[in-house]
Write a protein that binds this ligand. Structure first.
Ligand SMILES: Cc1cc2nc3c(=O)[nH]c(=O)nc-3n(C[C@H](O)[C@H](O)[C@H](O)COP(=O)(O)OP(=O)(O)OC[C@H]3O[C@@H](n4cnc5c(N)ncnc54)[C@H](O)[C@@H]3O)c2cc1C
Length: 508
């Protein structure tokens, strides 16, 4: 916990103890108005009409990730047929800009009259469960006025994403302060940043770097993408033939949405399986896309041949090969090396080579924040999620009436939003029918000897932000019920078969 969150935790605990303020009550309180929180709100009004709820969002608008990130070219790397909700057809090209995603989300909000449930500028600081009252008490701070507000809720639905929106992750390199130019993190892209005719180094080669480089390359004097080690990229057209064909035939958009989703998911399933059963074959398929743009003479071995198995980290999609076209045109280049230290004029690399720059962009990732920096407690006792075991990556042993949405990394995040929402709505209806006021998940007698492991198996998926913070996350078991397997295709069937009367659910 950093100093800021310690202060927030303390102030929220103090606020929780003051009972003089007015308290507003809801059946359900949703944290965050990103793609998850807006999806949660949609499903509540459609599947559980009459439920009172509010969405508390720290920022001044909806969108989450797509509102926070403002760097040039910001776009999805999933197709919007599956990153879009199952209930709202996507009608554009599959890869979308942040602005297009926000427009789609605005339509969902307007069409379903969701504005009246969302409260912006409300950052949740603390949440305490009272077993006597069977309620969560939530303290939020108005980010515009500094005022502290209190809410109570029967059910707490965490749609807070997985990283800290306030700041990105920048490693500490020696002598960073010596650099006379500007250092920028893409998560806080300065509006006034003038990169025209400037020499820019982008540190990193994940999806953000791969998006940024081609989008600024034409304006800059030169852009260098500096990576410690190579990443996999998938190259393809930003178009889906079958969608275009069905549109030509004037097929209804809701049909097109469903058909294209099924086709994409079928193909993704086949490719994901191949990365496990035939990793070398999958690697070859991915690399062929890169070679097609850069040609056989390019040093693919050094710069584009990763050391890990495909899909152990996210694979960035490069629409129409734009990154490789910038490299081929000489506007951008890639250097595979490590930083020894910053200098006045740029970077000294471990190889002894120097890179000069006017601007250095640290596309080095996120700070994981799985619980939205909320100080949780149960009957006043601080709760550490690392001491809990997860039920299917959405509930936690010993934590009553709380679900969080943690999506997929290999498939679109939003697929899990719709699935978790079905689960929550079924659970709420079940509790209403049976008169239960509290539900907690608990290991069953047959789970007693189950090994408790880190949230995610590093052999399966191991990006830096997960590995840096694995110790902060809940534990997983080795059975499907007690883990988030990141396998959409298995979970799609498992979720439908969840038995709410199973002994893993304890009701009061
Ligand atoms: C640049 C970028 C591109 C990505 N592209 C893709 C992609 O193409 N496909 C894909 O599947 N995934 C992608 N991801 C992952 C992406 O974050 C998720 O897919 C998805 O947008 C997460 O949605 P969310 O609503 O769960 O969380 P977020 O988008 O992170 O939104 C969470 C919201 O909760 C709010 N919040 C957090 N804590 C609190 C609090 N304490 N009180 C009040 N409000 C709070 C935040 O302000 C934020 O608005 C991308 C991520 C990034 C950063």
């Amino acid at each position: 916990m950093n100093v800021q969150s310690t202060i927030e935790a303390e102030s929220s605990r103090q606020s929780l103890q003051q009972d003089s303020q007015q308290v507003e009550h809801f059946d359900v309180l949703i944290v965050g108005a990103g793609i998850s929180g807006i999806g949660a709100a949609y499903h509540l009004i459609h599947q559980c009409p009459g439920t009172s709820f509010a969405v508390l969002e720290a920022q001044d608008s909806f969108g989450g990730t797509w509102w926070t990130h403002r760097y040039p070219g910001i776009r999805s790397d999933s197709d919007l047929y599956t990153f879009g909700y199952r209930f709202k057809p996507w009608t554009g090209p599959p890869i979308a800009t942040a602005a297009e995603i926000l427009k789609y989300m605005r339509e969902v909000i307007t069409e379903n009259d969701l504005d009246r449930y969302i409260r912006y500028h409300h950052r949740i600081l603390g949440a305490n469960w009272s077993d006597t009252d069977k309620l969560w008490t939530i303290v939020a701070e108005r980010t515009d006025t500094g005022e502290h507000l209190r809410f109570t809720a029967n059910f707490f639905w965490m749609c807070q994403g997985y990283y800290r929106h306030a700041e990105g992750y920048t490693p500490e390199w020696p002598e960073m302060s010596a650099f006379k130019g500007r250092i920028v993190h893409p998560q806080k892209w300065p509006e006034d940043l003038d990169y025209k005719d400037k020499r820019v180094i982008v540190i990193g080669s994940g999806a953000t770097a791969a998006t940024l480089v081609p989008n600024i390359a034409d304006d800059c004097a030169h852009v260098t993408m500096l990576q410690r080690s190579p990443t996999y990229f998938r190259v393809g057209r930003n178009a889906i033939e079958i969608a275009d064909e069905l549109r030509r035939l004037q097929v209804d958009e809701s049909w097109i949405h469903e058909i294209v989703r099924r086709k994409i998911l079928y193909e993704q399933d086949a490719f994901t399986r191949k990365t496990f059963t035939d990793p070398e074959g999958a690697k070859k398929d991915l690399m062929a896309g890169v070679v097609a743009y850069l040609g056989p003479d390019f040093d693919i071995k050094t710069h584009f041949t990763p050391r890990y198995r495909p899909w152990q980290q996210r694979i960035a999609f490069i629409p129409d090969g734009d990154l490789f076209r910038s490299i081929k045109a000489g506007k951008a280049s890639v250097v595979t090396d490590e930083i020894e230290r910053f200098t006045e004029t740029g970077l000294l690399l471990k190889s002894g080579k120097t890179l000069d720059a006017d601007i250095i962009v640290t596309a080095t990732g996120f700070n994981l924040s799985a619980t939205g920096d909320i100080a949780f407690s149960i009957d006043g006792k601080p709760l550490d999620f690392a001491d809990t075991v997860t039920y299917r990556g959405m509930m936690f042993t010993g934590v009553p009436n709380l679900v969080w949405i943690f999506g997929y990394f290999r498939a679109s995040w939003t697929l899990r939003v719709d699935m978790v929402a079905d689960f929550v709505c079924n659970l709420l209806k079940h509790m209403q029918t049976t008169g239960a006021r509290k539900v907690t998940v608990a290991l069953r007698s047959e789970d007693e000897d189950m090994p408790l492991l880190d949230w995610i198996d590093p052999e399966n998926f191991n990006p830096g932000y997960m590995m840096r913070s694995a110790h902060l996350l809940p534990k997983r078991g080795d059975k499907p019920e007690w883990q988030h397997s990141q396998d959409y295709w298995a979970e799609r069937d498992q979720f439908k078969a969840i038995d709410l009367t199973d002994a893993a659910f304890v009701y009061e």
